[in-house]
Design a protein around this ligand. Structure first.
Ligand SMILES: NC(=O)c1ccc[n+]([C@@H]2O[C@H](COP(=O)([O-])OP(=O)(O)OC[C@H]3O[C@@H](n4cnc5c(N)ncnc54)[C@H](O)[C@@H]3O)[C@@H](O)[C@H]2O)c1
Length: 359
């Protein structure tokens, strides 16, 4: 029988809620075809082998709660299935730059936070006590300092690090080297949704490019109604998200496209959309005999199903890397993440994942 994969969660928000409820859904429906899983098994590991053994957040209504309750606490919105009782208690994390201006009235940190030096010791003790071996980082966009704090914790505790947001760690040579020197695997940065705007836009752009057409202008507008989108109204927190989303697409086009002719980014918060994310994609260019063409596309998708469908594989690949004692940046990042250290086409990236799984 495969060993369990002991995962710690940083940020008990909507993405994590989707991941844990999705795993529970598959457990409850064992006899049915597992629709929506990219890999029912990765190596010897099935979705059932993932166990959440520690969790950290800043929300006063989540800290001290058991995980099965905290995932349904406000402002989380995912309500797919009931969870069994959990013994894992959500512990305090330092706020640092985690809570932005627009979400301040929805995410309320403790009135008297523990001083960071003491908190760091408590966190390390919790990770050791719970035998956490992989940390999954689900902090809000713009949490560069908080992400660096947690990357240091991974380095100090020997936990593999799966970085789901665009705070650049795995894709930075200096951080990747630190993980390599300590022989700790890192997968990042910024999760690429299963059928998200990024993958759809990338594949379309690549198709036009492969078939000899130019791409003269392109945009991707994204709207949603959860705290992730609310937080992203704060433009100063968005810089890395825009870089991540833009490079994910422009890396697939062989000819240079002027920065003024590409707009890709989260664009607005529409409260009643909840976790539904809408993306509007347009590509304009020229094909045979310099004749113009254009493509318009509207994507309507559940944002959290989208992220969980990929993180469930990234976690299992992190575990395989631990089993094989592979430290540093993991190349599977180019399939799972928008901003890996090295961009590949999605077909090459998929092959990298399949080869990695086969060892
Ligand atoms: N499809 C997707 O959902 C998708 C795709 C790519 C990237 N991401 C990224 O994943 C991240 C998580 O998304 P989400 O929808 O779960 O966001 P969310 O706002 O629902 O959850 C964030 C959680 O982090 C907590 N938090 C804030 N500061 C913290 C700190 N310093 N320490 C610990 N916890 C802290 C909040 O209380 C909240 O529970 C975001 O950065 C998002 O952009 C999501």
């Amino acid at each position: 029988m495969a060993k369990k994969i002991r995962v710690g969660i940083i940020g008990v928000g909507n993405c994590f809620s989707g991941l844990i409820q999705g795993i529970e859904y598959y457990k409850k429906n064992r006899t049915k075809e597992p629709i929506g899983l990219m890999h029912p098994k990765i190596g010897q590991y099935s979705f059932e082998d993932i166990e959440f053994v520690s969790a950290f957040d800043v929300g006063v209504n989540k800290i001290g709660q058991t995980l099965d309750k905290a995932v349904f606490a406000s402002p989380n919105l995912v309500k797919w299935t009931k969870l069994p009782k959990s013994k894992v208690i959500v512990r305090e994390s330092p706020v640092l730059d985690g809570v932005g201006f627009y979400v301040e009235n929805r995410i309320k940190p403790l009135a008297k936070p523990t001083p960071i030096g003491i908190l760091e010791k408590q966190i390390i003790a919790e990770i050791k006590k719970s035998k956490t071996e992989i940390l999954v980082n689900y902090l809000p966009v713009g949490s560069q300092k908080a992400t660096e704090f947690w990357a240091e914790i991974a380095l100090k505790t020997g936990c593999a690090f799966v970085n789901c947001l665009p705070a650049f760690i795995a894709s930075k040579e200096n951080w990747a080297k630190r993980f390599k020197d300590k022989r700790i695997p890192i997968i990042g940065d910024d999760i690429k949704g299963q059928i998200g705007a990024t993958i759809v836009h990338r594949v379309l752009a690549r198709l036009c490019d492969d078939r000899g057409a130019t791409i003269d202008k392109t945009y991707q507008i994204n709207v949603g109604g959860n705290t992730d989108f609310l937080n992203m109204l704060e433009r100063t927190r968005l810089e890395s998200k825009k870089i991540s989303k833009t490079q994910a697409v422009t890396s697939q086009i062989s000819k240079d496209i002027h920065a003024d002719k590409v707009y890709i980014g989260p664009s607005d918060f529409i409260p009643f959309l909840g976790n539904t994310k809408l993306a509007f994609i347009r590509i304009e260019g020229r094909m045979f005999a310099d004749i113009p063409y254009s493509i318009e596309l509207r994507l309507d998708v559940d944002d959290k199903s989208n992220s969980a469908g990929v993180v469930i594989d990234a976690i299992r690949c992190a575990r395989l890397a631990l089993d094989r004692k592979l430290g540093g940046y993991q190349e599977v990042s180019s399939y799972f993440m928008k901003h890996p250290l090295v961009q590949e086409t999605d077909s090459d990236a998929k092959q990298i994942v399949e080869d990695f799984i086969k060892n």
